[in-house]
Structures are given as C-alpha cells and as structure tokens.
Design a binder for this molecule. Structure first.
Ligand SMILES: Nc1ncnc2c1ncn2[C@@H]1O[C@H](COP(=O)(O)OP(=O)(O)OP(=O)(O)O)[C@@H](O)[C@H]1O
Ligand SMILES: [Mg+2]
Length: 287
C-alpha cells in the first residue's frame, strides 16, 4: 500500500505527538469496552484490533470486554424471538440466554481473539465456557421488573487475568457471569468493563459506542463532566436506554480510583488510539 506525502506526515506527527503518552501509559492497564458500530463494520473492526495489538507492542496493557447487542438482536430475530429492553438491559429469557451464550459468550469472543492475533498480538479468550472470572447474582431491577437471566457482578476473580497480563497476553472477556444459584447470567458489558477496571486498578477505562458520546437534551455532545455532574445526570430524562449502564459504569470506576474514564465514538476510525495517544478527546470524559 503506497501512501501520499501528506498521509506520511500525518502518521509521523501522530507518532511523534504520541511519544509522551506512550511513556505515560507504560505498563498501565487500560480496559476497553468494545461494542456498538465499531464492532459491526468490517474496516472499523480491523482498525480496532490492530490498534489494540499496537498498544500492547508499545508497552501498554489493554484488556478488552466486548458487547454484542446488534449481533444478538439479529440472531434472535432469525429465531423469531423479539428483543426487549428495560432501562437499557436486555430482558433475557431461558431461550434468549441460549443465543446470548452462543453469540456473545463464544462467537464474538473468538472472533476478536482471532483478529487481534492476526494483527500480531497475543490475545487470550475469557469466554463463558473456559472461564469463571465473573461471579454474579441475579439483577433486581430498580422498579422490581423481572429481567430474567440478567446478572450483576458480585466479584471479579483476578488471578487468571493478572497472570495473562504478566505473560504479555491481551485478555478478551465475554460479559457472562456465573451464579451458584442461577447458572449463567447475561451482564451488560459496560458494567463488566467498569468492574474489571476497578478490580485491576486500571489507569483508564474506555467505553466505545455508536454515538459521539453523552448528548444533552438538545442532542449536543457533552465533552466533559465531573463526577458530581454525572451523578445528577443519571436522573435526567435524556439519559436513556444503553447510555444508562454506560454512565453508571464510568462514574463508579472513576469514584473507585480509575484515573480517566471515557465514553467515545467507535464510528471514528482509530478512536481508541486517538484517545490514548493524542491531546484531543473524542467523546465524553469524566474529569
Ligand atoms: N443522552 C444520550 N446520549 C447519547 N446516547 C444515548 C443517550 N441516551 C440514550 N442513548 C443511546 O445509547 C445508545 C448506546 O448504547 P447501546 O447499548 O445501544 O450500544 P453499546 O453499548 O455501544 O453497544 P452494545 O450494547 O452492543 O455493547 C446510543 O445509540 C443512543 O441511542
Ligand atoms: Mg449497551
């Protein structure tokens, strides 16, 4: 692939500008929730997995937690099952859970591992079959509505994760938890990413999504919020659906000491690298 002089200059300037950040994040754990558009578009997908391999190569410790809303939705509609959400969480019946396990718990997980490995990284799969790192219990909805097989994180068992990081591997985690009483439970991936970031005392938490970040009631991007503003915002009408667990996750992680927490636009090519290596933010930052 030949590139123009202008492109070469851009690459050189990003690398040069990125140097202080590469140094700053040496050996630091960065948890990234991969979901939304960046996960369904082929080019964005290749960009993303290559960027993760690059982050590892320059000394950072990326940890991936993935979602899979669109893919689960597509498989459910093929099976004639309707998707239903309450407060941004997928109502998960026993038959929905079968599909969640197959698509979210295995298929998507294995594909991300394969793509990272193809880019020269060494990824390791933490899927619902081979790992039990997410201890969970059934989630009780705030309005006592039954969500079915939906879980909340009780505890993250970090031993295997930490060992993988020590070996230079990139963990790729499917957001399915296990409860002694209720078996496998479907957990919102943003929530899992937040809990993983807390349990590993991560430096950074980045949630990729399919919008430009948190938008206000006029649909304008909010580029920075404080912890207190964020807490008040949770009660606002304009925080709906999937943005609910996202905002909760970044606020909880921030409060627990994860230094920088971001919700960024996965539709922007190389969004994660831009976030990590440049001054400009690409979304909403909790400051
Ligand atoms: N105030 C808000 N600002 C921005 N987006 C919002 C807001 N309120 C609700 N949303 C919705 O939240 C959605 C993002 O959450 P969603 O759960 O759909 O995707 P995701 O979490 O990125 O992917 P996945 O659930 O597949 O992991 C946006 O597409 C948008 O429709
Ligand atoms: Mg979501």
């Amino acid at each position: 692939m030949s590139i123009t002089r202008k492109q070469a200059e851009n690459i050189a300037s990003v690398l040069s500008e990125g140097l202080p950040y590469i140094r700053k994040f040496q050996n630091k754990t960065i948890v990234i929730k991969y979901g939304g558009a960046a996960m369904t578009d082929e080019l964005l997908k290749t960009n993303f997995t290559r960027d993760i391999a690059l982050m590892k190569l320059v000394g950072m410790k990326p940890v991936i937690v993935h979602g899979g809303g669109p893919q689960i939705g597509a498989e459910l509609s093929k099976a004639g099952i309707e998707s239903k959400f309450i407060d941004g969480l997928r109502v998960t019946t026993k038959s929905t859970m079968k599909i969640v396990k197959k698509i979210l718990g295995l298929q998507i997980n294995k594909e991300i591992v394969k793509l990272i490995n193809r880019s020269g990284g060494s990824a390791v799969s933490f899927n619902y079959k081979n790992s039990g790192i997410i201890k969970a219990s059934k989630k009780i909805n705030e309005r006592s509505l039954d969500l079915g097989q939906v879980g909340k994180v009780e505890k993250i068992l970090t031993i295997d994760l930490k060992n993988s990081l020590k070996k230079g591997l990139i963990p790729v985690i499917a957001p399915i938890g296990k409860s002694k009483k209720d078996g496998h439970l479907n957990i919102n991936a943003d929530e899992v990413a937040g809990e993983i970031a807390k349990s590993l005392s991560a430096e950074k938490l980045i949630l990729l999504t399919d919008v430009s970040g948190i938008k206000d009631s006029d649909n304008k991007l909010i580029s920075k919020i404080s912890l207190n503003q964020g807490k008040k915002m949770l009660k606002e009408e304009f925080i709906k659906g999937g943005m609910n667990p996202k905002l909760k996750a970044v606020l909880e992680a921030k409060e627990a000491g994860v230094k920088s927490c971001h919700i960024i636009d996965g539709r922007v090519p190389h969004a994660v690298l831009l976030e990590v290596l440049t001054e400009e933010g690409v979304g909403t930052m909790i400051s």
